[in-house]
Ligand binder design. Structure first.
Ligand SMILES: *Cc1c(COP(=O)(O)O)cnc(C)c1O
Length: 397
């Protein structure tokens, strides 16, 4: 991996404005609703059509703006808007481009709550035609695009399944039909996937994950190119979306160390993935940086690195065995979310496609490699596997 892709120099310096921070290294937490004008003339100026958003805390705030501009620059987009959660950023990216009667395509591997939002709100309440597609479809998406297709949503790798999508091919087809491409870029972060160089129009970060990086805040960021920005801003304002300055401060602090943290998450996850691939209790490891991964070639072509989250399919095991596995783990917590400094393990229901379990009969787990010493993590997993599959409990062994 080329070191420059971590962009540590930019991460250290971007968004730091001595005028805003009064000489302190960090931009302060600015709490506030009302912004006072000095004169009637200044107030009138703020209400000018090209500057209507400088008048109120919901539209502008130095802490929020600093973070939004930093993320927009890192993603390589035009402007960004902050949301109170990653899910809110995803749903409002969709709401910003879709209208009643439009058609939208989402991958089968999409983050579960966005699938529910698409079905319950977009299709169920707004009269938008929602269609799910096989994530590996690539240029085949052209066959699903119709005159009313307004957006194609992508997420790579997919949530829980880690399938890699051919985003440039999908974007070419979407743009030929005038549709917007919206991407959930949370896994790779802007350091390891440059969405706007691959045809994305709106890129979303669940900043709750790696950007903040310490499991201490919920936050979302949507970055748009020039074409999509007026729509995204309009939707954010119409729905009154903003974020808390304390959370934005934490995300800015997290950004400073994103490069060094990802370097370790990447190395540790790879070591654990390779270790797990060699274990007899493991059927499959779902990590796009492994040569065994079906999306490996695409990942290598388009991505600049891999992060700490991956999947593993264990040999079938009973609830009792699985319970022993989790009881044995001392360093991996059981819990939602990921991207913090701590390791996590989560059992997932095997996703089904066309009525069949996607990765066979085994038990799917999602692992997040945190910043602990990787040998400790490996030992923890090894002990848990031994506890889960005692002698005679693994048919293949
Ligand atoms: C966690 C997550 C989200 C949602 O983020 P929240 O801040 O928890 O709302 C969206 N997309 C992906 C891929 C995620 O992992």
């Amino acid at each position: 991996m080329r070191d420059c892709e971590y962009r540590n120099t930019r991460l250290t310096h971007l968004g730091r404005d001595a005028a805003v921070s009064n000489g302190f290294v960090n931009v302060p937490v600015c709490r506030g609703s009302t912004i006072l004008a000095d004169t009637l003339e200044q107030w009138t100026e703020r209400k000018e059509p090209d500057n209507p958003y400088a008048s109120y805390g919901r539209f502008t705030n130095p802490t929020l703006q600093t973070l939004a501009q930093a993320v927009a620059e890192l993603e390589g987009g035009h402007r960004a808007w902050l949301f109170p959660s990653g899910l809110a950023a995803c749903s409002h990216a969709l709401l910003s481009v879709l209208e009643q009667g439009d058609h939208v395509l989402l991958p089968d591997s999409v983050y579960g709550p966005i699938r529910a939002f698409a079905q319950q709100v977009l299709a169920g309440r707004m009269g938008i035609q929602v269609q799910f597609y096989e994530p590996s479809i690539g240029a085949g998406i052209a066959a699903l695009i119709r005159s009313g297709t307004k957006a194609v949503y992508v997420e790579s790798p997919g949530s829980g399944t880690f399938e890699i999508q051919d985003i440039p091919a999908i974007a070419r087809c979407a743009h030929a039909a005038g549709a917007y491409v919206i991407m959930d870029n949370t896994w790779a972060t802007p350091l390891f996937f440059r969405p706007f160089e691959h045809g994305v129009d709106i890129s979303v970060q669940a900043a709750t994950k790696y950007l903040t990086g310490h499991s201490d805040a919920l936050l979302g960021v949507a970055t748009a190119n020039e074409r999509a920005w007026p729509l995204l801003r309009r939707a954010a304002h119409d729905f009154g979306q903003t974020a808390g300055p304390d959370d934005a401060f934490l995300a800015l602090r997290g950004l400073r160390t994103l490069g060094v943290r990802l370097r370790q998450h990447q190395a540790s996850a790879l070591q654990l993935a390779r270790f797990l691939e060699r274990q007899p209790q493991v059927l499959q490891v779902l990590h796009p940086a492994l040569a065994s991964h079906p999306g490996h070639a695409l990942w290598k072509r388009d991505f600049l690195g891999s992060t700490g989250l991956f999947g593993v399919v264990l040999e079938p095991l009973s609830t009792k065995q699985l319970s022993r596995f989790f009881r044995s783990l001392k360093l991996f917590g059981i819990g939602l979310s990921w991207g913090g400094f701590e390791s996590l393990a989560l059992p997932l229901d095997m996703p089904r496609r066309d009525g069949r379990p996607l990765f066979g009969q085994g038990q799917l787990l999602r692992l997040h490699a945190g910043l602990e010493d990787v040998q400790d993590l490996q030992d923890d997993l090894q002990a848990a596997l031994a506890q889960a599959y005692r002698v005679g409990e693994l048919c293949r062994a």
